[in-house]
Write a protein that binds this ligand. Structure first.
Ligand SMILES: O=C(O)c1ccccc1NCC(=O)[C@H](O)[C@H](O)COP(=O)(O)O
Length: 262
């Protein structure tokens, strides 16, 4: 079994347990469920947007611990203050060391927050709304095209935006009307290999009306400039910022260099 299959199998058990603990009605009654949603697409399409979706990530299957004791308040507020277009917060505990509490804290910032998790059931989208997320991720490699359509439409019905994540040409068939934002993951989630060229090739095959996001393995200003030249509006970056000894300072410096290079 590859790591993605392992994560998904684990997630299905976790979701079954969580459904037994809280009904959808109970999720809907949580105060955060009623919070207004901040639009990721509006944030990415602002003329002065950095496009950076800055990720809070303590560990990962590919790298192990990155910053085990990272402070979510300090890091997400610095990301926001220094120009992130959106925050991405891992809520998977087992494989990424994240939690719902991290996202609830990140939500106190005034930019959109992506619940970064492995969604296999619409219950997780209700959960995302109940903790204050604005955006959810749908990973094509974990879902059928029909499941993507159903989950994206369900997210939209709650006012949330969905990013459809692709990382192989054969997943292009997962795109549908409800998936207005498409992320291309440079990292093969099965082998962990990072290949920016393949993402650029895949991007050419996306419908022109989709907002394109480049994900994973981005660690240079030049990468972002290249993605921008190829029509990408968003750049999801986690490990590069989180592995720096001073993440807030590294993020600030990266944004300053990006602005100077543009
Ligand atoms: O990051 C991993 O090792 C990983 C392994 C298996 C499934 C998903 C994984 N990462 C999720 C992500 O998509 C990244 O956290 C995100 O794109 C940011 O990537 P990076 O800048 O390389 O941290």
């Amino acid at each position: 079994m590859n790591i993605l299959d392992t994560i998904v199998a684990h997630k299905k058990i976790e979701v079954t347990d969580r459904k037994a603990q809280a009904s959808v009605k109970q999720l809907e009654a949580k105060p955060a469920f009623a919070l207004p949603v901040r639009s990721l697409s509006d944030s990415l399409l602002k003329p002065d947007s950095t496009g950076i979706i800055a990720e809070f990530k303590r560990k990962s299957p590919s790298k192990g611990f990155i910053k085990q004791d990272a402070n979510v308040t300090q890091i997400t507020s610095a990301y926001t203050r220094c120009g992130a277009a959106c925050l991405s917060v891992l809520t998977d505990e087992n494989f990424f060391g994240g939690s719902d509490a991290d996202l609830i804290e990140a939500r106190t910032n005034d930019i959109p927050v992506l619940r970064k998790d492995f969604i296999v059931d619409e219950y997780q989208i209700s959960e995302a709304k109940s903790i204050g997320a604005d955006v959810v991720l749908l990973i094509a490699a974990c879902l059928t095209p029909a499941e993507v359509k159903h989950l994206a439409e369900f997210a939209t019905s709650l006012g949330l935006q969905a990013i459809l994540e692709l990382h192989a040409e054969e997943e292009l068939e997962h795109i549908c009307d409800a998936t207005k934002i498409v992320g291309i993951n440079n990292r093969d989630l099965k082998t962990f290999n990072v290949d920016i060229e393949r993402s650029l090739r895949m991007a050419e095959q996306l419908p022109a009306d989709k907002i394109k996001i480049a994900e994973s393995g981005i660690d240079k200003i030049e990468d972002i400039l290249l993605f921008k030249q190829n029509g990408f509006k968003g750049f999801l970056i986690g490990e590069y910022f989180m592995k720096q000894p001073d993440t807030p300072a590294a993020f600030q410096s990266f944004v300053e260099q990006l602005k100077a290079a543009e």
